[in-house]
Design a protein around this ligand. Structure first.
Ligand code: PEP
Ligand code: MG
Length: 330
């Protein structure tokens, strides 16, 4: 089994009909890069940078400390792309410390709907621009993509890109070395999925955060055990938003990836392939089983799948029937 997995690691993810699929890893700290490479990842699709900010006693990481961490990931990946997401603190990832606006997590009425992720960054432009400087500087050492969490409106998009432009100008004026980055937005709020053309207009790529997209589409707090049974990735509304996002991005010729847990769930692999997804990012442990799914898939035989699920009242049942029929036919 070990040997089989080792062989699988070096095998590119290509479907039976020759479609090349990129498999990326989600990481929390630069030290996770070795596990990502071990699992055969072709890059980092989501570096959750907030983990550099959490569980600390000595204040928030300054520019140099962040730069060192991002560069460590870039160097560890040795030429493979590293997608760094700006901090997604607040909600399920609280900072223990007093922070912006003297707001403490426990004082937020509804943290999932409150000041988190890009909202936090835009509320504290100094902290935000320190992070952007560190990321751009690390990009001088290898391919880096910059990803912004939780954007929902064009106003936020404009404010975010204005900060980025300011930081580029500063670095240029100071003659500090930095690199070019592709810039992307997470699609994890239903509003973002519903105004996707605006996002495709402003960004090089989008990445679907299905964990939050499910939470916000279904109004289910992903951290609340009492409603965990209602947290349903198979809900037709969720599938509809995911399908629409992938199709529009592919049509527009923009990069599109899924970095939420749906990407690492083998029950969704064929459906995502059929929609046109060619980039999946997941916990490294999920990589081998998703790769196996891809190696066994023939996208020509998956063409009817998206419609079959879209027309079903209970898409999960439709998927089970569809996969039983497929297994019987092969
Ligand atoms: C997501 O929401 O799907 C996602 C990838 O981000 P996080 O889980 O870190 O919120
Ligand atoms: Mg998220």
């Amino acid at each position: 089994e070990r040997e089989r997995l080792a062989r699988l690691r070096h095998r590119p993810a290509v479907t039976l009909d020759g479609q090349r699929v990129e498999l990326l890893a989600n990481i929390e700290l630069p030290g996770d890069c070795s596990a990502a490479l071990q699992a055969g990842a072709e890059g980092v699709g989501l570096f959750r940078s907030e983990f550099l900010f959490m569980n600390r006693e000595d204040g928030l990481p300054d520019e140099d400390e962040q730069f060192e961490a991002y560069r460590a990931a870039v160097l560890a990946m040795d030429g493979l792309p590293v997608t760094i997401r700006t901090v997604d603190i607040g909600s399920d990832k609280p900072l223990d410390r007093m922070s912006v606006n003297e707001l403490r997590h426990e004082h937020m009425l509804n943290p999932a709907l409150g000041l988190r992720a890009i909202r936090w960054s835009l509320a504290d432009p100094v902290m935000f621009e320190v992070q952007l400087r560190a990321v751009l500087r690390a990009a001088a050492f290898g391919p880096v993509k910059l990803l912004f969490p939780m954007l929902s409106s064009v106003r936020e998009i404009r404010a975010t890109l204005a900060s980025l432009a300011r930081v580029r100008q500063q670095l240029t004026d100071e003659e500090t070395a930095f690199g070019a980055v592709e810039v992307g937005a997470m699609i994890e709020v239903p509003a973002a999925a519903m105004v996707l053309p605006t996002f495709l207009h402003h960004f090089d790529f989008v990445s679907l955060g299905t964990n939050d997209l499910i939470q916000y589409t279904l109004a289910i707090d992903r951290a609340d055990e009492s409603v965990a049974h209602l947290y349903d990735p198979w809900h037709p509304a969720v599938l509809g938003l995911v399908a629409q996002t992938i199709r529009l991005a592919v049509q527009a010729g923009r990069g599109v990836s899924v970095c939420g847990e749906m990407a690492g769930d083998p029950d969704f692999t064929e459906w995502l392939l059929a929609l046109g997804l060619r980039s999946f990012s997941m916990h490294p442990a999920q990589l081998p089983s998703i790769k196996q799914r891809i190696l066994r898939a023939d996208t020509n035989r998956l063409r009817a799948l998206p419609d079959a699920l879209a027309q079903a009242e209970e898409p999960r049942q439709a998927w089970l029937q569809w996969s039983l029929a497929r297994d019987a036919a092969s």
